[in-house]
Design a protein around this ligand. Structure first.
Ligand code: ADP
Ligand code: MG
Length: 451
């Protein structure tokens, strides 16, 4: 077809999708040909192909119709990583901004969670309760050869497991960029596995998880009782171990205390290096508070720091919450930071920590805040003024309630779990690089907690 321009289709898609979606998915597909009413594209894996077909098929056809109204059908073929691109395709991909040639590494990055730039070894305050886990993490991140395998980090909520996992990944990215790593939660591992089963792309799945250099799975306790996922994990685990690849896991309990985990997995976990993070002590809390105060460029009197360190003893996340609350009260309500103000701010936190937030409250808050009708956020409407608030709602539901992706999807008008997973992921990434959005979402959270 003479006048058909794939670049024009890409421009069109770029305008109708947000940038994350465009870069995360659309740039991975390439133009192949047009024959009759059928547009043929290529994707680097079954996984990406299925995702595109499930989520963006109609949009792509519509965009292509603007170039050639005849097009009504889309076929996506899989291109293996080693098939070289044709000269023509190379030209197209060079000309198109944001389009790049797929390497296996790109495919890995699609699966990995985005790393939080704040979660580095440098920002991790070390004290007696966490020094062993810190040393183990640092050692594993720096070693070129695998000496301890797997590394299993465990400890209670909010004590820095995820922070250490991200730190390892950052360290590897900076110092050994050629090492492929995968970092994801056990929950995401399970969902990808289920999706691969459903989409018959299990070979792709196996290939991805068995060819990484470092596999990091956070919140491993999630796969308790999930027999088939454990089975698959066990095989990936063995395959990586045999190849001498590094495995790093985190969980809220020691391997032997994990419930409903197969014996054979448990014994393999115990055979590696098991490092626990203990509850914080007073000195560590002071250290962490001082470091966060510096990072946030706050001025907080010493007696307030001491007061916080002695009254908030549960975990580091709550210490951060207390600082955020004090900062908020100071900036938004123009209150001077002193002991009295701190006490008041903390009483809010104690109150809000005991509160159970429901998904109905979250949806109501989203409707109120964005002036939407309830039916809008339950609908399938994709216009940005509706889909964006809906995605924020899904993100908050994941963060503030204990519902699974699938349950949240049901409450949002029967969406499937992958829609929720995608939304939560997307908003989390967007918050990390958009301070305005971060403020908006924080405010919603505060409203919900103080209702
Ligand atoms: P977990 O994964 O164990 O539930 P996180 O790693 O998410 O906990 O930690 C909760 C918060 O506390 C994060 O913002 C993290 O940066 C912070 N944090 C935890 N431990 C430390 C530490 N030792 N130094 C600095 N920040 C910490
Ligand atoms: Mg965590």
């Amino acid at each position: 077809m003479e006048n058909f321009s794939w670049n024009a289709v890409l421009d069109n898609l770029k305008n109708s999708l947000d940038i994350d979606t465009f870069e995360g998915w659309i740039t991975h597909i390439h133009y192949d040909s047009i024959s009759g009413v059928t547009l043929t594209l290529t994707a680097p894996s079954q996984f990406i192909k299925n995702w595109i077909i499930n989520n963006y098929q109609n949009l792509i056809i519509k965009a292509a119709q603007q170039q050639s109204s005849k097009i009504s059908n889309l076929i996506i073929n899989i291109r293996s990583f080693d098939t070289p691109l044709t000269q023509e395709e190379l030209q197209t991909s060079k000309k198109t901004t944001n389009t790049h040639i797929i390497t296996p590494k790109d495919a890995f990055h699609d699966i990995s969670f985005k790393l939080d730039p704040k979660y580095t070894f440098d920002n991790f305050v070390v004290g007696k309760p966490n020094e062993f886990a810190y040393a183990a993490a640092k050692r594993i991140a720096s070693d070129k050869t695998v000496s301890f395998n797997p590394l299993f980090i465990y400890g209670g909520v909010g004590l820095g497991k995820t922070h250490l996992m991200h730190s390892i990944a950052w360290h590897i990215t900076k110092n050994n960029p050629e090492r492929k790593f995968l970092y994801l939660s056990a929950e995401k591992f399970m969902h990808l596995f289920i999706q691969a089963l459903r989409d018959k792309s299990i070979l792709d799945f196996k290939q991805i998880f068995r060819t990484t250099d470092v596999l990091m799975i956070d919140d491993f306790q999630f796969i308790s009782g999930k027999e088939q996922t454990q089975e698959e994990f066990f095989h990936s685990f063995n395959s990586l171990m045999e190849q001498g690849k590094q495995i790093i896991l985190s969980a809220d309990k020691a391997p032997s205390n994990l419930l409903q985990i197969e014996e054979r997995i448990m014994s393999r976990l115990n055979a590696g290096l098991v490092a626990d993070i203990h509850a914080t002590n007073y000195e560590l809390r002071i250290g962490i508070l001082e470091s966060k105060v510096k990072q946030l460029k706050l001025k907080i009197p010493e007696d307030v720091i001491k007061f916080l360190a002695s009254s908030i003893t549960s975990n580091v996340r709550e210490l951060e919450g207390a600082l955020a609350m004090i900062n908020f009260t100071h900036v938004e309500m123009r209150k001077k930071i002193d002991l009295e103000m701190a006490m008041e701010a903390i009483s809010e936190i104690v109150k809000s920590n005991n509160k159970v937030i429901t998904i109905d409250q979250i949806q109501k808050a989203i409707c109120d805040n964005f002036s939407l009708k309830f039916s809008d956020i339950l609908s399938n409407k994709r216009t940005k003024n509706i889909s964006h608030p809906r995605q924020i709602g899904m993100y908050l539901a994941k963060k503030l309630t204990s519902l699974s992706f699938a349950d949240i999807g049901k409450k949002f008008g029967g969406k499937d779990h992958s829609t929720v997973l995608y939304a939560a992921d997307k908003i989390e990434k967007a918050i990390a690089c958009d301070p305005e959005l971060e403020k908006e979402v924080n405010l919603l959270e505060r409203i919900l907690k103080n209702q």
